[in-house]
Design a protein around this ligand. Structure first.
Ligand SMILES: Cc1cc2nc3c(=O)[nH]c(=O)nc-3n(C[C@H](O)[C@H](O)[C@H](O)COP(=O)(O)OP(=O)(O)OC[C@H]3O[C@@H](n4cnc5c(N)ncnc54)[C@H](O)[C@@H]3O)c2cc1C
Length: 362
């Protein structure tokens, strides 16, 4: 059976970053991803919240991954179009599929082994610890590791590893949604427009517009998109009247609408949960968690102490930074008073946390 220092389950932003961090710090790493490609299917518009991490990440990968600075984040009334608030702390928009691929590539260059089309089906346990994984792949049906990092995404709490490991109550997750990449919408490059309404179909409709004018808009169903297009009583419909989809991707979303309620614990024995699999959400949040988890795992292995107590350093790092301003996308105004306040809190609570200097590794 193959043996690694660290096994990472799931090649989303959190898992790829965890693999990169652990491999860069000298660990032998296996990254298992059930899909046939990293970054695809892409449901996520690629908005990176303003933070030192986002800026340093863009500086490090900006040549390989198209990006643009968000000049303004506008929040408007869906019916009237009236401006409710705006923020200059809009962060960045990137091609998230390419960002993930780039991070996975850097992890591989740092020595991580990437196994695509390899679904982890079970954790192998011995004497109260996870000693390895079983997979559905004949190429590597089993592998052993000292530490396991679970980054299996939002499904983790529904029927994935977080649920199996008893990290959370069975969560009623997984309402479907559809992400449309639109051409010809009435939008402006460099501006995120976010619409609020008491009408559920018009509420939280956000245009994430990339520098080439293509915009990502999420809706619950394809018929909702059709209905939205037909309506004449609001600004969102007006913006998509002449738009046409050039990419359509399905995704799962939480039914509660509240993102990023971290589990009480993100560690069990020698298993570290990161990103959506830890109850969290958000690209920057997930990558920072991945960096924390990979780095703590590497130092724990080096110091030959992989006890749960030692690994709690990871959870403390998360609680003392991201935990102060989680990815509360759907309740930012309720929790922080305004989007701008939330952006400010995220920026402040993650100040000084920068992406690894992987430009040096190229
Ligand atoms: C429509 C939508 C739009 C969003 N937009 C934004 C945005 O603009 N900005 C932002 O910051 N956040 C956004 N989010 C949230 C963001 O997409 C997630 O928080 C982020 O993708 C979580 O990253 P992750 O690595 O934890 O999980 P994921 O990205 O879900 O990755 C998990 C990976 O694990 C793999 N996997 C699962 N189970 C297994 C298994 N058993 N074995 C092997 N592999 C497995 C999956 O195939 C997947 O590749 C959005 C979410 C949605 C639904």
């Amino acid at each position: 059976m193959s043996e690694f220092d660290v096994i990472v389950i799931g090649g989303g932003p959190a898992g790829c970053y965890a693999a990169l961090a652990a491999a860069t710090k000298g660990c032998t790493v296996a990254l298992f991803e059930e899909d046939g490609a990293i970054g695809w299917p892409r449901h996520d518009p690629g908005w990176l919240m303003e933070s030192d991490f986002a800026t340093s990440l863009i500086n490090a990968v900006g040549k390989a991954v198209p990006w643009s600075k968000v000049e303004e984040y506008r929040v408007c009334n869906s019916e009237s179009g009236e401006l409710i608030e705006k923020s200059k702390r809009g962060g960045y928009i990137v091609r998230r599929d390419l960002l993930e691929k780039e991070i996975a590539l850097l992890a591989v260059k740092a020595g991580a082994e990437l196994y695509l089309k390899t679904r982890v089906t079970n954790l192998i346990r011995s004497e109260g610890r996870a000693v390895g994984v079983e997979t559905g792949s004949t190429a590597m049906p089993k592998a052993e590791a000292k530490i396991i990092i679970c980054a299996d995404g939002i499904r983790s709490a529904g029927h994935g590893l977080a649920k199996k490991e008893g990290m959370c109550e069975s969560t009623n997750l997984l309402k479907p949604g559809i992400s449309y990449l639109l051409a010809n919408a009435e939008v402006s490059a460099g501006i995120i427009e976010h619409f609020l309404s008491s009408d559920p179909l018009l509420n939280y409709k956000t245009f994430f517009t990339h520098r080439d004018g293509l915009s990502v808009l999420g809706v619950p169903t394809s018929s909702a998109f059709h209905d939205l297009k037909q309506r004449r009583d609001n600004v969102v419909s007006q913006k998509i009247r002449h738009a046409f989809p050039i990419e359509i991707t399905g995704y799962s979303r939480t039914s509660s609408g509240k993102y990023a309620k971290y589990f009480e614990r993100m560690i069990k024995d020698n298993i570290l949960f990161v990103g959506d699999a830890s109850g969290g959400a958000g690209n920057i949040h997930g990558m920072v968690q991945g960096q924390f988890a990979g780095t703590v795992a590497a130092s724990a292995i080096k110091e030959r102490d992989i006890s749960e107590r030692r690994l709690f350093e990871y959870q403390d790092l998360v609680r003392n930074s991201l935990g102060k301003a989680p990815f509360y996308y759907f309740s930012a105004r309720e929790d922080f008073g305004s989007f701008d306040n939330w952006f400010h809190e995220v920026e402040t609570s993650t100040r000084g946390i920068t992406a690894m200097e992987f430009s040096l590794m190229r």
